[in-house]
Design a protein around this ligand. Structure first.
Ligand SMILES: [Zn+2]
Length: 392
């Protein structure tokens, strides 16, 4: 799917006062203004007003000004693997091929593809990201780009290596644990502790694969054999008779600064536990469909009070990193979700998960003057969000 923008407006560090008018302004999913304008000063939104401005202004046209999109979970370093891996031979085979092909490509090709992916993200209005990198090659690419958000350095196994955490205005650096079944409890707890000290989010894939669930719940299965064959002693891990979500809760990983990614193989209690902890949940439905042939139960999450955000995972499991495409997929596969909810998933919910809701996620007063213009022609307010999330 192509996203057709007439332009993307991105104003930062400008001390000029500017007025931007359009046929519609989506301040947030529940605040939509017909024929309005944004007042910008010092790179921030100073006000949102009804009607055409009386002073000189920039008129974008009959379409809509809206907040930029937030992709809260992606792996830019895997961009070179787009279309290179089969989905029909199972998840384990996919992971095996991913590791082999990533190794064979080498850093230079991985970096080049990631740079292109970053440009595509910007051009499609995805200005904020939560990037996961195990190789540590993406940090400078994001720093040199117009994208903002969080670079998560991801760790797995049991070795606790030195890591760098820093909170900044534009791009912050935090850490991620790969998953409950691939990382020792000591490592996961250490990573969580450090990111929390800096007030930054910690990210972890959880409840994604059947192998993961079987290992955590039954202490056996192919994953248990694999770890043992690698000489990894997991006998002291406090697993067995519990779900992945219950296990990471027991480790003390669930709090409002944790992003639980995927949340695919969960029961009612797990969802309640996540909701109670106020941990953020990031779903990647297109990736789940391709790799596991099933989708997360977003309806149930919302019923229990979770406000999930959207990620795409990598181009190795999904054909674009564009949240407009992810919203369109969600719209097509979750008929009970209203357009307001889906729009929030691609904007403010992602900003909350990354802890940057004071900067972006809506076009309300005080937020950064970054917004998208889309040339949609809606029939009415209700139709507007539907057209945006359908990526028309
Ligand atoms: Zn992922």
């Amino acid at each position: 799917m192509n996203t057709n923008f007439e332009n993307i407006v991105c104003i930062e560090n400008s001390n000029k006062r500017e007025l931007h008018r359009a046929g519609w302004i989506v301040v947030d999913p529940f605040t939509i203004i017909e024929n309005g304008h944004l007042e910008i000063e010092n790179g921030l939104i100073k006000g949102v007003h009804k009607g055409a401005p009386k002073e000189k202004s920039i008129d974008h046209g009959p379409g809509v000004l809206m907040p930029p999109l937030v992709n809260a979970h992606l792996h830019l370093e895997l961009s070179a693997l787009k279309g290179a891996l089969p989905f029909d031979r199972g998840f384990k085979f996919w992971v095996k091929m991913l590791l082999e092909k990533r190794e064979a490509l080498g850093d230079e090709k991985l970096i080049k593809a990631a740079q292109k992916a970053v440009k595509d993200l910007f051009n499609s209005g995805n200005l904020y990201v939560g990037d996961i990198s195990t190789l540590g090659i993406i940090k400078p690419i994001i720093q040199d780009s117009a994208l903002n958000g969080i670079c998560f350095h991801e760790f797995l196994g049991s070795d606790i290596q030195p890591f760098f955490i820093q909170k900044n205005d534009a791009v912050s650096f935090s850490v991620a644990g790969h998953a409950p079944h691939t990382s020792s409890p000591q490592l996961l707890k250490a990573l969580k502790r450090q990111s929390k000290l800096y007030g930054l989010p910690f990210s972890i894939h959880v409840a994604e694969s059947d192998d993961e669930s079987e290992f955590i719940n039954d202490k056996k299965g192919e994953w248990a054999n694999f770890l043992t064959s690698r000489g990894i002693d997991w006998s002291s891990w406090d697993i067995g008779s519990k779900t992945s979500v219950a296990y990471i809760a027991d480790l003390g990983l669930l709090d409002p600064l944790t992003i639980a990614v995927h949340v695919l193989n969960v029961n009612n209690k797990d969802v309640e536990m996540l909701a109670r902890s106020k941990a953020k949940v990031c779903v990647c439905p297109r990736s789940n469909q391709n790799l596991h042939g099933k989708l997360p139960d977003i309806d149930q999450m919302i019923k229990k009070g979770i406000q999930p955000c959207l990620g795409t995972d990598s181009l190795a499991s999904c054909d674009s990193l564009n949240i407009f495409d992810e919203m369109a997929f969600v719209g097509n596969h979750y008929p009970k979700l209203d357009p307001e909810t889906i729009f929030a998933m691609g904007t403010i919910n992602g900003a909350r998960a990354l802890g940057i809701e004071q900067l972006t996620g809506t076009l309300s007063k005080g937020k950064k003057a970054q917004f998208l213009y889309r040339p949609v022609k809606p029939m009415n307010k209700k139709d507007l969000l539907q057209r945006i999330i359908s990526n028309e």
